[in-house]
Design a protein around this ligand. Structure first.
Ligand code: PEP
Length: 249
């Protein structure tokens, strides 16, 4: 049975007090949830340690990590530092990191490997931009992101990875992929994983959908056989909306 997961990416939002209140509200509603989905939140770095004290069932993720363990890398935060404050997951390869901070597949692969080595579970993001979909290259682009981004991992390490398919044209735009588009790509991703690893990795991988997911469209998206949950941006900033998505299962 694949794990169902709903993860909230808070991005560059909330000051500490608001973040702590949001985490507390998410934790409270998590206790009343009607689905068995695992709930993860990814607050900004500055909040992680304090937010950890506000949650019990809800799991903690960071939104990024360094590709190095220590040393002269001003502004970076290492996976071991994150683990030391109770972080379990790390979002890697998000389209905003790829486009705004020029993170390429090779760098993301380095981060994935280091995160795993230091005990973090990567939420590995992939997804095509609109022009790539319109020119029919979306499968090719996502395949390359996965082939390079997850290159060199063992099947054992892959059991610690979560994949998030996030079509870039759907992120923060209000334009959601249709349930058929999501299912088609998720099935394809499972096929890529099968060719790179084995049947167990492909079958057991939780593949989340991300991009303008809301309580109103989550049920239809999640009813697809290869959609195992969601990575949520905007709607993760309101506990009721976020848990509305969790309860869409
Ligand atoms: C995201 O950035 O991961 C995301 C899915 O954002 P939104 O839900 O706002 O589209």
């Amino acid at each position: 049975m694949r794990k169902k997961i709903v993860a909230g990416n808070w991005k560059l939002n909330t000051l500490l007090k608001e973040g702590m209140e949001l985490a507390k509200a998410v934790e409270k509603l998590e206790h009343e949830k009607t689905s068995d989905a695992l709930v993860i939140i990814a607050p900004p770095y500055t909040h992680l340690s304090k937010v950890k004290d506000m949650i019990a069932n809800v799991k903690l993720s960071s939104q990024n990590c360094a590709a190095e363990t220590s040393g002269a890398f001003t502004g970076e935060v290492s996976p071991a530092m994150l683990v030391s404050v109770g972080v379990e997951y790390v979002i890697l390869g998000h389209s905003e990191r790829r486009s705004l901070y020029h993170e390429d597949n090779e760098l993301i692969n380095k981060k994935v490997k280091l995160a795993l080595a230091e005990g973090l579970k990567p939420i590995f993001c992939c997804g095509e931009v609109l022009e790539e979909r319109e020119s029919g290259r979306h499968f090719e682009v996502v395949k390359e992101q996965i082939e390079i981004g997850l290159r060199g991992l063992s099947a054992d390490q892959m059991s610690q990875v979560v994949v998030a398919y996030e079509p870039v044209w759907a992120i923060g735009t209000g334009v959601v992929a249709s349930p058929d588009q999501a299912q088609e790509m998720h099935k394809e991703i499972r096929g890529f994983l099968l060719s790179m690893f084995d049947e167990k990795v492909a079958d057991e991988m939780s593949i989340l959908y991300g991009g303008s997911c809301k309580p109103s469209n989550a049920k239809e998206l999640f009813s697809n056989p290869d959609v195992d949950g969601g990575l949520i941006g905007g709607a993760a900033l309101k506990a009721e909306d976020f848990l509305g998505i969790v309860n869409a299962y």
